[in-house]
Write a protein that binds this ligand. Structure first.
Ligand SMILES: NC(=O)C1=CN([C@@H]2O[C@H](COP(=O)(O)OP(=O)(O)OC[C@H]3O[C@@H](n4cnc5c(N)ncnc54)[C@H](O)[C@@H]3O)[C@@H](O)[C@H]2O)C=CC1
Ligand SMILES: O=C(O)/C=C/C=C(\O)C(=O)O
Length: 480
């Protein structure tokens, strides 16, 4: 059976205690590999290696650091197919999605921050005849990156690449549920010639490896993406240690569909925003608010689209909906479907587990599911389900749409559909969401600030924001 290894001090090594966890292929429900169940001892070794590598890495010219990151991007591009197959096997997502989105984006993360390192600049504040104030941005030091299972390599590299570009050394922990591509990345880092200790990847569980990383005094900052409850726990642990924190957490994102939109496009993109990656993206639109005048029309076209989403073997080219990531997660989502019935919702599509034939007979498949008739305040419309379940709700006025869109503890993303640009700007400004898309969804420019308001997180990733997070500003004033 495939056995993964940690990547510490430039080498692939087994966990010191020799313990492993099974990893399961969601499409079959069968165990196919073993991932190190590392401990605080392995984290300690990784931090020591990173601390030893730091003085050289932080002083290396940005151009040279950047070249290494771009080299990793090239290797990710070269191995696109192998990595896409691995991601699909590990996560259950359609291989077509991994091939077109996850792996190309992982390569872009390295390519983008490899070059961004050379453009990162700091400010000067000149007081004529009085003083010259300038800012130096020092690498933060050794940092921890903790990522989730939904977009495994995509989000893992979204953290690691800016940290390395900023001159930090990294101890990173991928999700223990989807560790395979992080392991393959460690092999590529060795091939790229990344100096030993600059990046260390320690596999294991959140409570053991993640916790040890957050608590470690040598770790100066933590960049985390995952559930809001875990984010709160990390914040409680890290706050008294005065660590810098970037937390990208959950969402319950609204799509607001106005009657004057391009309906065909709004329907097609809403299908994507509802069900891409089986709804397991923090940016998915879970609550769709539709202006009453086009409610029935939107509903009919949307349901027609849902019926055409093939649930199937993730390795099949025709599959649009793969497996959910785990049995536990499938049960969680099924629990919310039961709750939607209890809360008085009307099921319009899906609602059932899918039992496929053949190799995927014991996989974790679920029909894309749509409800209507649920109050915006009910639990199904308030709690993050993180699966292929959306609700449709009609609205009468712009104020009503805004009120219900903002009636959430979350504030990550929102989507507006209208041809009226004044309305689009007005509504976008009034939305409590860190990211607003107008007539599009998941359009990503890696330079833009990425993150959420309210319980969706703290801080921003992307472009200069990420490079600032991974650096410590120092202000120097010279009297003139
Ligand atoms: N990007 C997002 O918004 C994501 C949201 N979720 C939400 O969270 C729910 C729970 O999913 P989980 O897999 O349990 O996510 P999680 O938040 O527990 O896992 C994310 C990462 O945090 C690590 N982790 C867990 N406990 C930790 C701790 N005490 N200290 C440090 N690291 C720790 C995990 O090992 C993993 O690498 C999902 O059902 C979904 O609603 C899950 C994954 C991604
Ligand atoms: O950076 C992106 O393009 C997407 C990020 C998605 C998440 O953070 C998530 O699903 O957790």
């Amino acid at each position: 059976m495939l056995q993964l290894a940690n990547y510490i001090n430039g080498r692939l090594v087994p966990p010191t205690a020799g313990r492993y966890l099974p990893t399961t292929e969601p499409a079959t429900g069968l165990v196919y590999s073993q991932v190190p169940a590392s401990s605080a001892v392995d984290v300690e070794q990784a931090v020591v290696a990173a601390e030893a590598a730091l003085p050289t890495w932080r002083r290396m010219p940005a151009e040279e650091r950047g070249r290494l990151l771009v080299r990793i991007a090239e290797l990710l591009d070269r191995d696109l197919e192998r990595l896409a197959q691995a991601e699909s096997l590990d996560n259950g997502k359609p291989v077509s999605l991994a091939r077109s989105v996850d792996i190309p984006r992982a390569a872009s993360n390295f390519a983008f921050f490899g070059t961004a390192a050379q453009h990162f600049a700091s400010e000067t504040h000149f007081q004529e005849g009085v003083a010259l104030n300038y800012t130096v941005r020092h690498p933060l030091g050794v940092v921890g990156c903790i990522s989730p299972w939904n977009l495994p390599l995509y989000l893992f590299t979204w953290k690691i690449a800016p940290a390395l570009a900023a001159g930090c050394c990294v101890v990173a922990k991928p999700s223990e549920i989807t560790p395979y591509t992080a392991f393959l990345l460690s092999e590529l880092c060795i091939e790229a010639g990344l100096p030993a200790g600059v990046l260390n990847i320690v596999h294991g569980t959140g409570p053991e490896v993640g916790q040890a990383l957050v608590e470690h005094p040598g770790i100066k900052g933590i960049s985390f993406t995952g559930g809001t409850a875990t984010g709160a726990h990390i914040a409680r642990t890290a706050a008294p240690l005065f660590k810098k924190l970037s937390l990208e957490l959950g969402g319950k994102n609204p799509n607001i569909i106005f009657a004057d939109c391009d309906l065909a496009e709004a329907v097609q993109t809403s299908l994507r925003s509802s069900f891409s990656n089986q709804g397991q993206i923090c940016l998915c639109g879970a609550r769709i608010f539709i202006e009453r005048a086009i409610y029935e029309q939107f509903k009919a076209q949307f349901l027609e689209g849902v019926a055409s989403l093939t649930v199937g073997d993730p390795l099949d080219a025709s599959t649009r909906q793969g497996a959910l990531v785990s049995e536990a997660h499938l049960q969680k989502v099924l629990g919310y479907i039961a709750l939607a019935h209890e809360e008085g919702g009307t099921l319009l599509a899906g609602g059932q587990q899918v039992r496929l034939q053949g190799r995927c007979a014991t996989g974790y498949f679920l029909q894309p599911t749509v409800f209507e008739g649920l109050a915006p305040t009910c639990r199904v419309n308030q709690e993050e389900i993180f699966g292929p379940v959306v609700t449709l709700t009609p609205f009468d006025t712009e104020d009503d749409a805004l009120h219900w869109a903002n009636s959430s503890e979350y504030g990550l993303a929102a989507t507006i559909w209208t041809k009226d640009l004044n309305k689009a700007h007005r509504v976008a400004h009034a939305l409590q969401a860190g990211i607003v898309w107008v007539n599009t969804w998941l359009h990503r420019d890696l330079r833009t600030p990425f993150g959420g308001m309210k319980n969706s997180g703290v801080g921003r990733e992307g472009g200069v924001e990420a490079l600032r997070f991974f650096t410590e500003p120092q202000s120097i004033t010279v009297k003139l």
